[in-house]
Design a protein around this ligand. Structure first.
Ligand code: HEM
Ligand SMILES: *[C@@H]1O[C@H](CO)[C@@H](O)[C@H](O)[C@H]1NC(C)=O
Ligand SMILES: *[C@@H]1O[C@H](CO)[C@@H](O)[C@H](O)[C@H]1NC(C)=O
Length: 445
């Protein structure tokens, strides 16, 4: 219907071209002055309109994320620039040199202002959301303490992950497993057990599902809405219920902290982990199965934390996952003198064909056997100083590897396969957007 209508009208156009009466240019006296005045008038009108809009928005306290102005983004298109120049521009956003600031009170302000909606949606105060140097320092000390805690039992964490995933497999083998949900509750459980030494009996599945769903909803609201997000009482309620569940099982300080303080602690860990873990599992075990994968991961979890050769090979799984799916696809900073946010495109830095070559979009952990100097410079999943992530030195890679291999062992390639019930627009590349992962299923048999 539609297409025949279109083509018949197209034919009509072709057979009888519309008559256009054009003035003969030679006969018209040129009126340059008039045209210039007209253009000048249009320009002034345009600028006035923009300023007026901004004034109105400001007067009514409406704040809109304008992002980077479109003309600036257009000028900075990576294909229009030498890749080194572009890369340095991105890095100068990440390390704050774009703004010419280096004192902590300035850098923290530029980051906190850009993360304000996240802080509001979760009512959290941590290094990533605060502009206070003392809050930042204390939180960082606490986070580093967690990361460097001696005697972490990677084998126990791995077993908690595999037992959680095994329990998630539907009894009825014809039923598929919802991968995103299973990944989320496994990651949250492992983070809570690791941070607070809680017994897993105190972490009922129903609560974990509600908490992880609610974190997702709040995150979407914080990222997409132009209004100021409000905290979720449902989320706070279920976190509190978790804390009150069985005081004898729970460990200090978990039962003593405010629910917001627990969120402040776990968000930089759980929220950075679950998507990269799920996508790396899909890529490594299903979409790009390599003959070297079994030997690369055969010593997990025993090798974790040993700094051995085997561990270095296994961690390349996480490194390649974090390349294609950096937990922070973009790193946002506020600009010092305006209401604009500016962003560094970490995802593009990690996929740029001039940097990573023709296999840029393929999952291949062995590329980390030998990175070129340019690749090393462009690979920044943990950001840069002065605010580089404390999980930079191995903990992040270990946690990702531990969880990805746990998924690979339980949701085995030989026993089943994955598929996406919501096919993505771009073939081959996993859509890692926030709701792009909900359609993935694992089906046994
Ligand atoms: C795969 C795991 C992780 C990734 C990819 C990751 C990524 C990042 C990134 C990109 C930043 C810097 C943001 C910016 O420049 O504004 C950051 C900062 C931070 N991350 Fe992580 N992170 C991970 C795990 C963790 C864990 C496990 C913890 C805590 C136990 C943690 C705590 C923090 C803290 C406290 C900061 C702020 C650092 C500062 O302000 O100096 N992260 N993380
Ligand atoms: C920040 O990054 C830019 C671009 O790579 C670099 O030129 C500059 O030296 C860096 N600044 C600091 C303080 O590290
Ligand atoms: C936000 O969290 C703090 C504790 O960190 C709490 O005292 C305050 O009541 C919370 N705000 C709201 C609106 O719930």
């Amino acid at each position: 219907m539609m297409s025949s209508d279109l083509s018949s009208s197209h034919d009509a156009w072709a057979s009888t071209p519309p008559k256009v009466t054009r003035p003969n240019p030679c006969c018209e006296p040129p009126n340059l002055l008039g045209e210039c005045m007209f253009l000048g008038f249009v320009a002034i009108l345009g600028i006035t309109c923009v300023l007026l809009c901004k004034l109105i928005l400001w007067l009514f306290h409406v704040e809109i994320d304008f992002g980077q102005p479109a003309w600036l983004q257009w000028l900075q298109r990576p294909e229009k620039q030498d890749v080194n120049t572009w890369l340095n521009g991105q890095k100068s956003i990440i390390n704050f040199s774009f703004a010419g600031v280096s004192k902590p009170q300035d850098t923290l302000h530029l980051r906190a202002a850009a993360n304000e909606n996240i802080a509001l949606a979760f009512n959290i105060t941590n290094s990533l959301t605060t502009a206070s140097t003392s809050t930042h320092k204390n939180f960082l000390k606490m986070a580093s303490g967690t990361i460097n805690r001696p005697g972490r039992d990677w084998i126990k964490l791995f077993e908690k992950a595999t037992s959680t995933l095994t329990a998630e497999l539907p009894r009825d083998t014809s039923q598929p497993l919802h991968l995103a949900e299973a990944t989320r509750i496994t990651c949250l459980k492992v983070v809570l057990i690791d941070n607070f030494q809680i017994s897993s009996d105190s972490l009922p599945r129903d609560s974990l599902v509600i908490i992880t769903d609610e974190i997702n909803n709040q995150w979407l609201k914080a990222k997409s809405s132009s209004e100021k997000p409000v905290i979720s009482s449902l989320l706070i309620h279920h976190l509190t219920a978790l804390q009150r569940r069985d005081p004898r099982c729970l460990c200090w300080p978990f039962d003593q902290l405010k629910p917001e303080e627990i969120l402040s602690m776990i968000m930089p860990q759980y929220e950075t982990l679950w998507r990269v873990v799920m996508v790396t599992y899909i890529l490594a075990f299903h979409l790009y199965p390599s003959p070297t994968l079994p030997s690369r991961i055969s010593s997990v979890p025993e090798c974790l934390g040993t700094n051995s050769l085997e561990e270095r090979e296994a961690l390349k799984l996480a490194k390649e996952g974090l390349r294609l799916t950096p937990s922070n696809k973009r790193i946002y900073r506020h600009t010092p003198s305006s209401s604009f946010k500016i962003k560094a495109d970490l995802e593009l830095m990690h996929r740029h064909p001039s940097i990573w070559g023709p296999t840029a979009l393929e999952f291949s952990p062995s590329r980390f056997d030998n990175l070129s100097p340019l690749q090393t410079e462009a690979y920044l999943p943990y950001s840069l100083r002065p605010h580089r992530c404390p999980a930079f030195g191995g903990f992040g890679d270990r946690m990702v590897t531990c969880l990805v291999v746990a998924m690979g062992r339980v949701l085995d390639t030989k026993a089943g396969k994955v598929f996406n019930t919501e096919p993505t627009k771009r073939a081959g590349v996993v859509d890692t957007g926030r709701d792009g992962l909900e359609g993935w299923r694992y089906q046994r048999g």
